[in-house]
Unconditional design. Structure first.
Length: 413
């Protein structure tokens, strides 16, 4: 391998990262393991090519292959989601959202979105993001009793604030989102509807979560979360917004597209059309359900009491452990999760009172319901023995045993 010869330092880091990915139980809800085919496309010579513009309308010569790769990616994206128009150039989910705002509203306009501390995203109007500085955000939260979205409350807030755009999407909400109801609310106040399906894109592509495409003016996604593709963004929209979305992405926000990543997105869309992808997403949801059930059976509390999708949000307040402590203890047992605010969290974001768990990554390795039940037990064992190094070691051995049985896609072992 030439990398190891030319730059042993970075080669060593990559090798160690391969080992880390193979030796831990990855429950980070926004991560996944891309296939070897996706990795190959992303690591290809397409990275050398400048292709500013769009297929057939480039600002550089020599774009024959870039054009074909992007055309195929666009065709597959539209086909996979049943969308009228697609743009595959956004470097990330955040840039995809920025392009959607630029197309749908003007600076200073009011947006109505889910509060960050209740499960929204930085790009949905946080004061530390462009979205909170350039637009005027108004936030809806979750119901204190149920932990779920109170759609009547969203409607009241929409009528009161008359937003130009309603933003739907979340990085920790464990329930189905009622896109139709959001559309009705948007229509009532004459607002646009942006659905950010960054997390659910894979579930939606496989039909195991309802699709926002019939209701959204623009839908944005990431390709690296449940969709299992390369790290990047995706924008789908009604045909009438297509030209404006394209202009917003380039030249509005970006320069040359990452053609190697676009080729890898095309591969991921192709993989997502295969029958095994539907079985995979069904397993993702089933695994999350079992994980939730078994955590409940072990006495843990969950926000909303369960899950409909790939995520489980554990409410640690009854245990008095912080999210930060839980994250760190579990990581010592090679179980990787992230601390996460729960609705109405009494603790600050660097501590939190929750952990977020997700099943897309483990399911890509073939983990099933039996393993989920075992993982739920291991999590509870660690959380009820904080500081017990001997127990962490015991759990780590069990984790190693499971890891040996389930090879990680895309990594030679
Ligand atoms: C992950 C995520 C994004 C942003 O994706 P990046 O590629 O990290 O910029 C946007 N919205 C939601 C809801 C997300 O979960």
């Amino acid at each position: 391998m030439s990398l190891a010869r030319i730059d042993p330092q970075i080669a060593g880091i990559i090798l160690d990262e391969e080992r880390r990915q193979c030796s831990s139980i990855n429950l980070i809800a926004s991560e996944n393991y891309a296939s070897l085919a996706v990795l190959e496309a992303q690591g290809s010579v397409l990275t050398n090519k400048y292709a500013e513009g769009y297929p057939g309308r480039r600002y550089y010569g020599g774009c024959r292959n870039a054009d074909q790769a992007e055309e195929i990616a666009l065709h597959r994206a539209k086909d996979l989601f049943g969308a009228e128009y697609a743009n595959v150039q956004a470097y990330s989910g955040s840039i995809a959202n920025m392009a959607a705002y630029t197309t749908l509203i003007n600076y200073g306009d009011t947006i109505l979105s889910m509060a960050l501390d209740q499960g929204g995203h930085l790009t949905h109007g946080s004061p530390i993001s462009f979205s909170g500085k350039l637009y005027r955000p108004v936030f809806y939260g979750l119901d204190r009793e149920t932990g779920q979205i109170d759609y009547d409350e969203v409607e009241r807030m929409a009528v009161k604030n008359m937003p130009r755009l309603i933003v739907v999407g979340s990085s920790s909400y464990p329930r189905i989102l009622d896109y139709k109801r959001f559309r009705q609310i948007a229509d009532r106040v004459n607002a646009g509807l942006l659905v950010d399906m960054a997390h659910e894109a894979g579930l939606i592509a496989a039909g195991v979560h309802p699709s926002p495409i019939p209701y959204a003016d623009v839908a944005t996604a990431t390709t690296h979360k449940s969709l299992r593709g390369p790290r990047g963004g995706l924008i789908l929209c009604r045909a009438k917004f297509g030209a404006s979305i394209d202009r917003s992405v380039f030249p509005g926000l970006q320069g040359g597209p990452l053609m190697h990543v676009i080729a890898a997105k095309a591969v991921a869309f192709h993989e997502a059309k295969q029958p095994h992808f539907i079985a995979y997403q069904q397993a993702v949801v089933e695994n999350a359900r079992i994980l939730a059930d078994r955590l409940l059976a072990e006495g843990m509390h969950l926000v909303t009491g369960g899950t409909d999708n790939h995520r489980v949000l554990v409410d640690l307040t009854p245990t008095s452990i912080t999210g930060k402590t839980a994250e760190s203890a579990l990581s010592q047992a090679n179980i990787v999760v992230n601390k996460n605010a729960i609705p109405f969290d009494p603790r600050p974001p660097d501590l939190t009172s929750g952990i977020r768990l997700g099943t897309p990554a483990l399911t890509s390795r073939g983990f099933g319901t039996e393993e989920m039940a075992r993982i739920a037990q291991l999590i509870v064992r660690v959380l009820s023995h904080i500081g017990d190094e001997k127990l962490y070691r015991e759990v780590r051995l069990e984790v190693e045993e499971m890891n040996r049985r389930f090879p990680t896609p895309g990594i030679d072992q």
